[in-house]
Design a binder for this molecule. Sequence first.
Ligand code: HEM
Length: 413
Amino acid sequence: LPRTVLRLAARRGDLQGRITVEASTGADLTGLFDEIRARGPLALTKVGHTTARHAVVKEVLTNDALVTTRPRYGAGILGKLAAWSATEVMHPVQPPSLLVTEPPAHTRYRKLVTRVFTARAVEQLRTRTQAIADELLDGLDPANPVDLIETYCGLLPVTVISEILGVPPQERATVLALGAAAAPSLDLGLSWRVFRTVETTLNSFDAWLTRHLDALRANPGDNLLSRLITAREDGVGLTERELKATAGLVLAAGFETTVNLLGNGIALLTGNPAQLETLRRQPELWNNAVDEVLRFDPPVLLTGRMCVDDTTIAGVPVRRGRLVTTVLAAANRDPSVFDNPLAFDVTRPNARDHVSFGAGRHYCLGAQLARMEGEIGLRTIFDRFPDLQLLSGARRRPTRILRGFERLPARLS
Ligand code: HEM
């Protein structure tokens, strides 16, 4: 979403801006979600429309008159400087990233990527993911308090993604450092300092990717990126820029989303011991528990679309040029879809109906991978440390559209 518009909206007390600003303080957003829902299926705000309703979120995300937006640099001198200094290198939310590409390019591009990111490929990563989770937990000393974000939730997803990208072990530390510094690019409202760090890091990451792709072409490995290099649709493969954009987006997703699923899940389960007890008695419910975590406290709070053709959504006319914000986290608590939506319930029969992975053509490519990592990551830590307890000092990340913990201090036993 254009970040300047949202910042201005927040200053004027408008709904869309308030969501992102309140999210960054770690506040409970339930009241705000209710406020949006009470304003109808598609509330008209100063900067566009917003919705908290499940059916309307799906309608927006599957309407062809609405397209994904990429952050624009603001007006004024800072915006001009930002636009001038913006690099042409791989950027997770700039074209040709899948996230901001639209048909027909998106259709061809997504088909090729989906060929490699198959359910089978994800299943093949299951054993390795389990081994990574075990290794990380082996390295923790149960006698000492630990920060679970730093030592576990933040490391599991990126280690799995390093496997996917075929990063050689000796280069992992470099890539992890680059990924961590570039990851804020997925969020909104970056300060000038963070923006500059992100841009510089993306340059270094781009240079590393050029070398890495050459190395994989010369010497392909058993990894998804090697397969993506050779994937063809009607004889045509991904361009170098598309390959880089995919690798960059996948890496950024590893830093910014699955880590939140694990952290939010640990916080919810330690805070609801009865639910954890249910999972101990019925471990077959772990799958469902992961979806309930995704429903109840989703790693991506909202997403937005720009209307490019006058249309009607939920009976409301939407004009070209209007911004439409879909509040995924609020739709997940829509009482017309989820009974008793404010209860965290691992046995909920329709937990999987959440919209935390979006909908329509931009539906999350990594949904199966994230579910698999979430299930292994959460089940393993609670199996190995049944007395796991959070300590004081948990801190939410000051992010605006992503939602998770920055610190999660815990005692393991
Ligand atoms: C797209 C959420 C993990 C790769 C999306 C979207 C959401 C999302 C909401 C759609 C955005 C929009 O419509 O504007 C999540 C959550 C995750 C997660 C909650 C973890 C719990 C991952 C992982 C990967 C990944 C691990 C890596 C493979 C992608 C890609 C897209 C995407 C490539 C763009 C797809 C397209 O535009 O066609 N994700 N994601 N995600 N996600 Fe994820």
